[in-house]
Ligand binder design. Structure first.
Ligand SMILES: NC(=O)C1=CN([C@@H]2O[C@H](COP(=O)(O)OP(=O)(O)OC[C@H]3O[C@@H](n4cnc5c(N)ncnc54)[C@H](OP(=O)(O)O)[C@@H]3O)[C@@H](O)[C@H]2O)C=CC1
Ligand SMILES: CC(=O)[C@](C)(O)C(=O)O
Ligand SMILES: [Mg+2]
Ligand SMILES: [Mg+2]
Length: 335
């Protein structure tokens, strides 16, 4: 087993006299900045002028500055901007203001691993990566628990990077749930693989295709929505709590037999090949190059796919049905 780090393994005191600047106040930024602040750490949020989130961060009790000003005020600069804009912001607004002995922190290794940001040798570079969407990083922290996370050290200029990374992970709440150490390469490649093949891409495709099949076969969209999307969370909750075993235990024998025999026909050897292909494109940098170039031309493919996704019948029927389930709706907007 890998070594796991918990609260007692991390010392927040190493951050006591430091200022942490969190650049960006989006999914991870708003969550990690507030968690660090609530952990007693001196936090400044860095945003561009005119950011709609500036007021929100101030309302949340945080000091906000422009990115260059925030970098100048900081010992530790955590870059929580979208991956595709990080290198541009780094060159214009971060690098010129870095000081020897500063630390640069990431929550995903993309820009370091794929050579988009090349930091100077006299700064620490480490990662604190919650294995969770940002909104749950905040929600679980407020509930008194936390999400698991990774740390990785890319560059240890001061000799303190490891201690800083552990303390930082503690401030974010990850040592409550467990933290283990990895490398920038391993985090980047597994994270991209997971989100493309399983967590986001695989699941979304599975949901849409099973929905489409039921609707094409003449079943009501509402029925199909409940069956292929809504109930998925309830099933995944069981897997999350007690592994596949708990899920198989809880569902009927009919579901267990049908699931075990039919599942591998649906996610099959062709899917395995597609997974290997996705992994290869991640490992050889092709996916990274495609995504970086997409960002440089203002995301034409992403924009169009987002529109198509919004217009998918499952999203239309889902919107109507969720409006009738108000208890589902508020959570993402709360923080
Ligand atoms: N989303 C997640 O749950 C996870 C993300 N990560 C990683 O965390 C990092 C941040 O991702 P995420 O939280 O999704 O990012 P978001 O897309 O939510 O970040 C949005 C924030 O970035 C700011 N921003 C965007 N462009 C610029 C710019 N050019 N100059 C200044 N600020 C800018 C936005 O400012 P404005 O308010 O002005 O629009 C906003 O505050 C990434 O490395 C990602 O891979 C890791 C684990 C999970
Ligand atoms: C939430 C998370 O960890 C992801 C899926 O890797 C991401 O949002 O990049
Ligand atoms: Mg991830
Ligand atoms: Mg990711």
């Amino acid at each position: 087993m890998v070594k796991m780090y918990y609260n007692e393994d991390a010392d927040l005191d190493v951050l006591k006299d430091k200022t942490v600047t969190v650049l960006g106040y989006g999914s991870q930024g708003h969550a990690q900045a507030q968690n660090l602040h609530d952990s007693g750490i001196n936090v400044i949020v860095g945003l561009r002028k005119g950011s709609a989130r500036w007021k929100q961060a101030e309302k949340d009790g945080l000091t906000v500055k422009t990115v260059p000003e925030a970098v100048k005020s900081a010992d530790i600069i955590q870059i929580l901007l979208p991956d595709e804009v990080q290198s541009r912001v780094y060159e214009n607004d971060i690098m010129p203001y870095l000081e020897s002995g500063n630390a640069i922190v990431f929550s995903h290794g993309f820009n370091i691993h794929y050579n988009q940001i090349i930091p100077p040798e006299d700064v620490d570079v480490y990662m604190v990566a919650p294995k969770s969407p940002g909104h749950l990083v905040r929600r679980t922290f407020k509930e008194g628990t936390g999400v698991p996370g990774l740390i990785a050290i890319y560059q240890d200029a001061t000799g303190d990077a490891h201690k800083l990374a552990l303390a930082h992970a503690k401030g974010v709440g990850c040592t409550r749930a467990g933290v283990f150490e990895t490398t920038f390469r391993e985090e980047t490649e597994t994270d991209l693989f997971g989100e493309q093949v399983d967590l986001c891409g695989g699941v979304a495709s599975l949901i849409k295709m099973s929905f489409e099949v039921l609707v094409e076969a003449g079943y009501k969209p509402e029925m199909a929505y409940f069956e292929t999307l809504h109930e998925l969370k309830l099933i995944v909750d069981l897997i999350h709590e007690g592994g596949l075993e708990k899920m198989w235990y809880s569902v009927s024998n009919t579901a267990e037999y049908g699931g075990l025999t039919v599942g591998p026909k649906v996610i099959n050897e062709l899917s395995r090949e597609a997974m290997y292909e996705a992994l290869e494109r991640i490992q050889n940098g092709e996916f990274a190059r495609e995504f970086v170039l997409e960002g440089k031309v203002n995301n034409p493919v992403l924009t169009s796919m987002e529109r198509q996704e919004r217009e998918h019948p499952i999203e239309l029927v889902g919107k109507d049905l969720r409006a009738k389930m108000p208890w589902l709706n508020s959570e993402l907007n709360e923080d």
